[in-house]
Ligand binder design. Structure first.
Ligand SMILES: [Fe+2]
Length: 473
């Protein structure tokens, strides 16, 4: 049995330090606060990540393999309560019943004979709150409904029986129509991509197959008022290598790079492709329509070695993402693209989500420390109207994750609210939840809430306000 909590000093960076999983599920109120929690900040700050229970091979374990665990800071009346819970997936339940691992993970040959599926739906990547439900997402399978603030797993959702494909970890919510726009991709089998729309009441009302030359890794998308933007980028599926236990995907620049612009309710053949400079995007910031142009903002790197896709070459700094913009002219077909910040690398971009699909002014990015592998050492607030950026550095030995924007109730300005994120302090060996007034960003945290246990580095965050929590289905 390889229960990971019993593995001593595993020789794998994703099982060491603050990447290592935590053992306990806690609920703790009355947390110590440095500063003051704004009383208007009421709701749940949520961060999901990989927290493996069983690991088949500690050398081969990949960060994307671990079971999803949600860490929550629930704000109410100027006080905070911390909770952390596993997303109780069918796969994790089966492994707990067995008392050992069943799936080996991304760096090993998949078990296509497994009746429970060749891969475990880890439900570990991101979350969205739609149709009065919090959904924990993993791009290879169905979303899981999780209750708030308790974080009890209710079960998988299929959008009223319509979901018959994988579902991205990064769907987009239209703040006006209440629709959830998403896609699923399959790197090995056609259709390689299905675009879908879920209506505000949780029924999938629209599904169209998108024709791609090859199956590719498509992690994120973007929406505008009328269109969905899909990214056909050169990380393509490599089934032959995967069947032999190699990486499931490969860096494939010959495949080119394109952005597809698809009318939200259009057919698959209505997509219009715009060729762009070869590169890779994990995460988009937002997109919007301006005159004849569709504008996309995202974090772009020249290459990527995700899951060993480009392990044969030393891509080094070429893998580092920076804030970037593409302008696609729907009239002329012309593409203009440009770097927005070539000085500071960043990822995990978020905006005030009331501006999703509409022109935004402010972007909040996790700043990449250039001295450590993939660590974030601060947050950058970009102001696209005046071209400036404000930075909050976490300080020596302190690293954080994705910051969400929580709007102030009744606020009208785009940046009227707070950013919230977790920081791990290597000096004190404690985790904190950090709240910054977005309007006075450079002044730094207004509240640092001390967590009762370590919050491991993870993936994406979400904010659900108190009205959202009260509305749950
Ligand atoms: Fe992501």
């Amino acid at each position: 049995m390889n229960k990971i909590v019993e593995v001593k000093a595993p020789n794998n960076p994703f099982l060491r330090g603050n990447f290592a999983p935590v053992d306990n599920e806690l609920t703790e109120a009355c947390l110590e606060v440095v500063g003051e929690i704004p009383r208007e900040l009421e709701g749940a700050f949520l961060r999901i990540g990989s927290n493996p229970v069983f690991v088949a091979d500690v050398e081969k374990y990949h960060w994307f393999d671990g079971d999803g665990m949600i860490h929550e800071v629930h704000f109410e009346g100027g006080k905070a309560t911390y909770r952390n819970r596993y997303v109780m997936t069918k796969g994790l339940k089966a492994e707990l019943e067995k008392g050992d691992w069943i799936w080996k993970g991304l760096n090993s040959m998949p078990d296509f004979a497994n009746k429970l599926g060749p891969m475990k739906n880890a439900a570990n990547t991101a979350m969205v709150f739609h149709n009065r439900k919090l959904l924990a997402l993993w791009e290879g399978g169905a979303p899981h409904h999780v209750s708030l603030p308790e974080l009890e797993t209710v079960g998988e959702v299929d959008f009223n029986g319509k979901l018959n494909h994988a579902f991205t970890a990064h769907p987009k919510l239209d703040p006006v129509t209440g629709e959830m726009i998403a896609f699923g991709y399959n790197m090995f089998m056609k259709p390689y991509c299905v675009h879908c729309v879920v209506d505000r009441d949780g029924t999938m009302t629209h599904q169209v197959a998108i024709d791609l030359p090859k199956g590719c890794m498509m992690h994120d998308c973007a929406i505008t008022e009328h269109y969905t933007l899909l990214l056909d980028l050169p990380v393509t599926g490599d089934l032959e290598a995967f069947m032999k236990g190699g990486p499931p995907l490969s860096w494939d620049p010959e495949n080119g790079a394109r952005i597809g612009v698809l009318p939200r309710h259009g057919g698959g053949s209505d997509i219009r492709w715009f060729t762009i400079k070869t590169g890779f995007v994990f995460h988009t910031v937002n997109a919007y329509e301006e005159g004849d142009e569709v504008v996309l903002e995202a974090c772009r790197s020249n290459k990527t070695n995700v899951v060993g896709a480009d392990s044969g070459t030393d891509s080094g700094v070429e893998d580092v993402p920076y804030l970037y913009e593409w302008r696609l002219d729907l009239k002329t077909g012309a593409v203009r693209e440009r770097l927005l910040d070539g000085e500071y690398a960043s990822e995990f971009p978020r905006i005030n989500e009331a501006y999703m699909g509409r022109k935004h002014r402010y972007t909040y990015n996790a700043r990449i420390a250039m001295t450590g592998a993939g660590m974030f050492d601060g947050i950058i607030k970009y102001d696209r109207a005046n071209g400036t950026a404000e930075h909050v550095a976490f300080g020596p030995g302190r690293h954080g994750g994705e910051a969400i924007f929580a709007p102030r109730p009744g606020g009208t300005d785009e940046d009227d609210g707070w950013t919230v994120n977790f920081v791990w302090d290597e000096n004190t060996r404690r985790s904190e939840c950090v709240v910054i007034d977005a309007k006075k960003f450079a002044a730094g945290p207004v509240a640092r809430i001390m967590m009762p246990d370590r919050v491991p580095y993870g993936f994406h965050a979400a904010w659900v306000d108190k009205d959202g929590i009260a509305s749950q289905a």
